[in-house]
Write a protein that binds this ligand. Structure first.
Ligand SMILES: Cc1cc2nc3c(=O)[nH]c(=O)nc-3n(C[C@H](O)[C@H](O)[C@H](O)COP(=O)(O)OP(=O)(O)OC[C@H]3O[C@@H](n4cnc5c(N)ncnc54)[C@H](O)[C@@H]3O)c2cc1C
Length: 423
């Protein structure tokens, strides 16, 4: 049996481990921290085939430039002399045309759809708070709601992804947590939601039961090579020999460029979330401390780029995007921005104590399409999943396993290839 070592145990590395093990490989999963402890921990939990349109599209450069000079913009870029950031921005700007947007959308659409179906299969086996009632794209102003009609038409035409519009009044009947002044929403029935920390802890148990070796708190530092082939992953705790290697190190991937011998333009895009309990028990008495009422649906507040996730035992508000490099500090103003934005839409967004304030680095690529494919004779990359890593994980894991096994793939891997950045 061939042995595959996977570097990085976020949701992407975990999904690769799952499908490789199912394909009969011996698998070792290695992480410098704990499994699922980085960007895959506190995200909003959406598995959302509706998110086919990448951020790079017509008008995106203007929008980025405008928001940079706005106070309290959900997007912020720390001004600095950084060639990698400049290169990333340039590549992003070059993809902001209609043709590139549709091409990237098609690549995302295929993998999002496959992943959504694979989650249905996977989550029949364990409980990760899987909810399939769809997602609401919510608009505060009538102008933005009316304008979304064009996006809806484009998504139907190009990708066959449809949504039902709910104008104000009808919307508040569907989702009583929304304030009366909210102008409308589009409901995407194709979308689903889960609790990411629960997914990862349950998946870990499943991997261990299936015989996957999990090495946590092990820093990968490079490869041992023989001619052009890799023979072992070098770690601070010794070499781990294997026949093939998958690099799923998310936002940290560019830091490994010398070892990988390939430069992928990834920037860490920092996002925040706050999580509150649904209710808390005080001296044996259950006192409702969570927002009242808690939303029934996962909600995206489009104009403010804020997402709300109602879990069975909790409630999360998340998002914002900071390009600050690898700055590990928590910015309280960003957290406040989330709560202030949510207040414009919800009756009572933050009533209870905050259980967890969290941030994570999304691995952002300029074209919005993940990087999945071979980068050497026995080296594969699975990274750059940006804002959609959870949604794309199962399809990515299966695709990596199929490529390593050399069998027919369930989606055409061409759009995800590493070489689009290197040739
Ligand atoms: C606020 C927020 C909300 C989000 N909401 C959603 C959502 O609703 N739906 C969705 O689909 N996506 C969402 N995302 C995006 C999603 O969280 C990411 O795309 C996804 O977690 C990326 O997974 P990953 O496995 O590539 O990276 P990570 O989870 O960051 O995992 C990479 C792992 O590699 C390890 N690593 C790095 N370097 C080394 C090394 N040298 N040696 C050993 N280990 C190493 C790290 O420790 C880490 O555990 C959200 C992100 C944020 C920030």
């Amino acid at each position: 049996m061939k042995h595959v070592a996977i570097l990085g145990a976020g949701v992407i590395g975990v999904a690769c481990a799952h499908y490789l093990r199912r394909a009969g490989y011996e698998v070792t999963l290695i992480d410098k921290g704990r499994l699922g402890g980085a960007c895959s921990h506190g995200n909003c939990g959406y598995v959302c085939p509706s998110h086919v349109l990448p951020h790079a599209g017509p008008g995106a450069v203007k929008m980025v430039l405008r928001t940079l000079f706005q106070r309290n913009s959900p997007l912020s870029v720390k001004p600095r002399l950084d060639w990698n950031l400049f290169d990333w921005m340039l590549r992003f700007a070059r993809k902001c045309d209609h043709t590139s947007m549709i091409r990237a959308g098609q690549a995302l659409h295929r993998l999002l759809g496959a992943s959504r179906r694979l989650y249905d299969e996977l989550l029949a086996d364990f409980d990760a708070d899987w909810q399939t009632q769809g997602l609401l794209f919510v608009f505060h102003t009538k102008q933005a709601f009316d304008h979304y009609h064009e996006v809806d038409a484009l998504m139907r035409r190009e990708f066959g992804v449809g949504a039902t519009p709910y104008p104000t009044g009808e919307l508040q009947q569907l989702e009583p947590a929304l304030r009366a002044e909210v102008a409308g929403a589009y409901h995407y029935p194709c979308d689903a939601q889960l609790r990411p920390d629960r997914l990862l802890s349950e998946w870990k148990k499943r991997l261990l039961a299936d015989g996957v070796t999990i090495r946590e708190n092990v820093l990968f530092t490079g490869f041992a090579r023989s001619a052009s082939r890799l023979v072992a992953a070098r770690t601070e705790q010794g070499d781990i020999p294997a026949d093939a290697f998958v690099v799923a190190t998310g936002a940290w991937t560019p830091l490994l460029a010398d070892e990988l011998r390939v430069r992928i333009p990834i920037q860490p895009g920092k996002g925040y979330s706050v999580t509150m309990p649904r209710s808390a028990s005080t001296q044996g008495v259950d006192t409702p401390r969570s927002p009242n009422p808690i939303p029934r649906f996962p909600l995206i507040f489009e104009e403010h780029r804020v997402a709300v996730s109602p879990f069975a035992d909790g409630y999360r508000i998340g998002s914002t995007m900071q390009f600050n490099g690898y700055d590990e500090s928590t910015d309280p103003a960003r957290v406040q921005l989330l709560l202030d934005s949510a207040r414009l839409y919800l009756h009572d967004p933050c009533k209870g104590p905050i259980e967890e304030t969290w941030w994570g680095w999304r691995p952002m690529v300029p074209d919005g399409v993940p990087v999945i494919g071979p980068a050497g004779p026995n080296l594969w990359l699975a990274t750059g999943h940006g804002m959609l890593g959870l949604s794309l994980a199962t399809g990515t894991g299966r695709l990596v396993a199929e490529m390593i096994a050399g069998v027919a793939t369930h989606v055409d891997p061409t759009p995800y290839r590493v070489q689009r950045f290197t040739t």
